[in-house]
Each structure stands twice: as C-alpha cells, then as structure tokens.
Write a protein that binds this ligand. Structure first.
Ligand code: G3H
Ligand code: 13P
Ligand code: ZN
Length: 316
C-alpha cells in the first residue's frame, strides 16, 4: 500500500527511522519488498532522476505497482530523491509519487526558500509531501557537485527559519555524511551536536539523513578479493542510527550499500563461474542477498516489526 511519508514519520518520530532505499530495477524491487515484508518494516522507495532515465520512468512505476500486488502486506511511500524543480513537478503531476524531494541546497538561502516554497505549494495542492535540504553534504549529489572540503553543515537557526518560510514537511540536514562509498578519510563521524541543536529549534519535526550507507568493510574486502578496486572506502556506523532517530531523524537514506551487495554478488559469481552467461542464476542470488541486506538494515534502523503499529495509525 502506498502512503505518504507524513504518516510513516508520525509513527516513527523519536523512536526509530524509516529506511529509504534507492531502486533502479526489478531485482532491487523484489529484494526490497521481500526484505521489508519479512522484517515487517514500513519503508520508503527512493527514485532518483538517474533511476528514472535508466530505462524509462514508466517502467519503474509499473515495477512498483506490480510489487505492490505481489506483496499486498507492504506499506511504503514512493519518493523522488534529489529532485530539481522540473522533475518535482513531473512527479507531482504523475499521480504516482506520494513524496518528492526538492534539492535546491546548492543555491543561496533565499533562492532555496523561493524554489522550495513553489514546490511545496504545488505538492500540497495534491496531497503530496515535500522533503527539502539545507546545508551541503560532501561528495556528489545528482546535479549538485560539492567538494568534501567545502561541505557545509546545516545551521540550526537557519533550519527553523527555512521550515517556517517554506512549509516543507521534512528537512534533510547536513551533519557530516556524504554520498557514495568514500565518506570519511579519517576518524570523522556524525555531528550529533548539530542534530541536537536542530531538534531543539524544530521539535517534533522530521529530519532526514542522506549519505547513510555504512560501506561494510567485509563487503569491500570481498569485492576487492574478487577483482574490485575499492581501496579506502568507509561509511557511517549503523549502530548510530538509533541515536540519530532519538534526535528526530525519521528517514535514513541508503543507496551505496545496496550497490555494494550487487557488485559483490556479481563479481563473486562470475569469478566462480567463468563459463557462466545466464543472468538468472546470479539474479536469483542477488535478490535473496538484497532481501537479507534490507532486513539487516531495518534491524539497525529499528523499523523492523513496526508495520502493525503503522497499520493502526492508518486505520484511525
Ligand atoms: O544521492 C544520490 C543517490 O545515491 C542516487 O544516485 O543519482 O546515481 O541514482 P543516482
Ligand atoms: P549513500 O550514498 O550513503 O547510500 O546515500 C544515499 C542517499 O543519500 C540518497 O539520497
Ligand atoms: Zn542523498
């Protein structure tokens, strides 16, 4: 069942975070739904602009609608990840997305407010909720190139003003993470002090943590042992998710770790089966491994076994 993130956040706030997982194809969709249904977790499907153009945006919609039929117990939101203004309107008008992210974080504060407010007005008219972003993550975001050295953490005072002026429904904050597999070069980590200050000025307001893949070292080692070259890849400690959730983070974005599962499964399979050329045996292994990975993530997020509580809220 497709719901808005608003309903999911109401159930989760202060207790756990909802996993927001990027998908691009059928195998990821099957693994994601299987993993969330098996762990009884509500979830968010994220679709990036790149994912929409990988095959065709209509293909992804069709996949998700079909997965909804195959897994009738699933409860999830469909969310545009890192949208520009034009893509937000396309998703709002599609009648399919329940949530969009407008990412104007590379703009000045005033311009970010202006663009976000326009998207919020258009989305709210159709009952669609909006995530916005303030501050800049390190690494590379779809259309936003940010040097890690210049990454700017979210200013708590600005955050309160931004939410007031835009009317957005949730806020992606920069608290030290970055996208991709190379987040930390040394002992850096999450800035819980900044998160605490943001929660103080925005009590009960859902916050979002992007760039939250953990880049498990055993996964990286297996990829490298099977011919990969991912030296020095490092991510967020997943045992910190629950602390972040207590401080108001209700949505945690994970994409890179899923790509690592894909890379490991395919590298190992073809190393062990140099004669192989059938896509299905390896596809089957990937779907099962992806489902297992999703279950593990949901356990860290605390969203496992929460589906009944969400169903109760929805039935009120
Ligand atoms: O933050 C970006 C997400 O990981 C999506 O990546 O734009 O390559 O689909 P993508
Ligand atoms: P990762 O690259 O850490 O998986 O972050 C994904 C993300 O923030 C998508 O918006
Ligand atoms: Zn992101």
């Amino acid at each position: 069942m497709i719901v808005t993130t608003k309903e999911l956040f109401k159930a989760a706030y202060g207790k756990y975070a909802i996993g927001a997982y990027n998908i691009n194809n059928l195998e990821q969709a099957m693994g994601l739904f299987r993993g969330c249904v098996d762990s009884q977790a509500p979830f968010i499907i994220q679709i990036s602009k790149g994912a929409r153009s990988y095959t065709h945006k209509i293909m992804l919609e069709g996949l998700i609608r079909s997965a909804d039929q195959v897994f009738p117990d699933a409860i999830f939101a469909v969310h545009l990840d890192h949208g520009d203004e034009e893509t937000c309107y396309d998703c709002i008008n599609s009648g399919f997305y329940s949530s969009v992210m407008i990412d104007a974080s590379a703009e000045s504060f005033e311009k970010n407010v202006e663009i976000t407010k326009r998207v919020v007005d258009a989305a709210h008219k159709k009952g669609i909720v909006v995530e916005a972003e303030l501050g800049q993550l390190g690494g590379v975001e779809e259309h936003v190139q940010v040097d890690e050295a210049n990454a700017k953490l979210t200013d708590p005072k600005q955050a309160a003003e931004f939410v007031k002026q835009t009317g957005c429904d949730s806020l992606a904050c920069a608290i030290g993470t970055s996208h991709g597999a190379f987040k930390f070069s040394g002992s850096q980590g999450l800035h819980f002090d900044v998160l605490e200050q943001i929660q103080k000025v925005l009590p009960n307001f859902p916050l979002v943590m992007h760039g939250s893949s953990s880049v498990p070292q055993d996964e990286v080692a297996r990829i490298n042992a099977a011919g990969g070259k991912l030296a020095g890849a490092k991510g967020v400690d997943p045992t910190q998710f629950k602390r972040a959730a207590e401080l108001g983070v209700t949505k945690i974005n994970i994409d890179t770790d899923g790509r690592l599962v894909w890379t490991r499964v395919h590298r190992e399979y073809f190393l062990e089966h140099p004669e192989g050329f059938d896509l299905r045996p390896v596809g089957k292994i990937f779907m099962a491994e992806y489902a297992k990975f999703i279950e593990q993530k949901n356990n860290y997020l605390g969203s496992n076994n929460q589906i009944d509580a969400v169903r109760k809220i929805l039935s009120k």
